[in-house]
Design a protein around this ligand. Structure first.
Ligand code: CP3
Length: 340
């Protein structure tokens, strides 16, 4: 049977477009919160294949999305590189910050692979249980975005700690980026071997760098990552999400070779259609805030996204992750409207 999402990634428009949501397994679902409570910590959930497979499949069962995304986090890579990582309820990730070039140079060059094995087991279990026609997406964080958390030890509004260290000791920072490129390539190849059918690279903070640094820390490392994965597993379909990169996205597409791009909410739609969708299939763009609001605001927002992009190869999704206080009925309403 054909998989609509894979067909779109190959450049073939589908009507209606395939649909999934970033963070579709998450706190807005009561069944997720139940498993999350049982797991104790967020990382326990990520590293328990029974529970991680269960929460990956929950939104597929409830809504019939066209894709499942592996339940894990971009910060399992720093964890497997030996950095202490935890998630504080209601606040977000906390890592032991790496504040000096010496601290970066002291990091191991490779992940402790035994730590990541349970994640590959999750992929195998999900793949075995996935309904026909549903695509399994593997993922990692882009090197720059992962590095911002490793250096700052938490999320930051402006990524200043990582920028500062990259400026103070570019050689050590480049070493960290290289380590992340190689570790992420292995991690993605292992996900593919376990059953992932395509990949997404999340670069949440791609928009915070000036052009030269965007080139050095986002575009070039992502290009190397894509190339390394395709050298080992030719033909792998990869979606890039350079959030905030706006008018630099056409260049990002050409330079990295990604097969598709996930669009943030704020992008100029005419620009995205004429300069991005003419190059590669696009995904995303619905405002998570409109989904939370629901009602006619949501209907209008859905219609605007469809009017802008559904004429070409398009995957319906949000411009960023679903907000935790989004009512489940709003997701049902969105799906009904996309698929009507
Ligand atoms: O359903 C899915 O989308 C798959 C799983 C997934 C998670 N995180 C689960 C998660 C994916 C693909 C991610 C990616 C991720 N993680 C990114 C890139 C995308 C983005 O949202 O910008 C980033 C920056 C992270 C790091 C991270 N993880 C942060 C900043 C937070 C805290 C913010 C929050 O929403 O709480 C997390 C925690 C996290 N990752 C949760 C989930 C479901 C919520 C934690 C919980 O359940 O306790």
């Amino acid at each position: 049977m054909n998989k609509p999402l894979i067909d779109v990634l190959a450049g073939v428009r589908q009507a209606p477009p395939p649909v999934w949501m970033m963070r579709q397994a998450g706190r807005y679902l009561p069944e997720y919160r139940a498993v999350r409570d049982k797991a104790g910590s967020f990382l326990n959930l990520c590293f328990n294949p029974d529970m991680a497979a269960e929460v990956t499949l929950q939104p597929i069962r409830r809504f019939g999305f066209d894709a499942a995304i592996l339940f894990s986090d971009i910060l399992v890579i720093p964890h497997a590189l030996g950095q202490t990582v935890s998630f504080v309820e209601g606040e977000g990730p906390r890592l032991d910050p790496l504040t000096t070039g010496a601290a970066l140079k002291a990091l191991p060059r490779q992940c402790d692979d035994t730590i990541l094995q349970p994640i590959y087991e999750t992929v195998r279990r999900v793949k075995a249980e996935l309904p026909e026609g549903v695509t399994l997406i593997g993922f990692c964080g882009a090197p720059w975005t992962v590095a911002t958390y490793m250096v700052a030890g938490q999320g930051t509004p402006d990524q200043a700690p990582a920028k500062r260290l990259a400026a103070a000791d570019p050689e050590a920072f480049a070493g960290l980026i290289d380590t992340l490129v190689e570790a992420s390539a292995d991690y993605l190849v292992n996900q593919l071997d376990a059953g992932a059918e395509c990949l997404q690279i999340f670069d949440t903070w791609a928009g915070s760098l000036p052009p030269e640094d965007f080139e050095r820390w986002c575009v070039a490392p992502t290009a190397r990552l894509v190339k390394m994965v395709r050298a080992k597993r030719p033909g792998t379909r990869i979606i890039g999400f350079p959030r905030g990169a706006g008018r630099s996205i056409p260049h990002y597409v050409d330079a990295t070779g990604v097969d598709a791009v996930s669009l943030e909410t704020a992008i100029d739609r005419q620009f995205a259609r004429e300069q991005i969708q003419c190059r590669v299939p696009v995904q995303g763009n619905l405002d998570p805030e409109a989904l939370r609001t629901g009602g006619e605001t949501l209907d209008r927002a859905v219609d605007e996204v469809l009017a802008a992009f559904a004429g070409g190869p398009f995957i319906f999704n949000l411009g960023h992750g679903i907000l935790p206080d989004t009512p489940v009925e709003h997701v049902e309403r969105m799906l009904a409207r996309v698929r009507r």
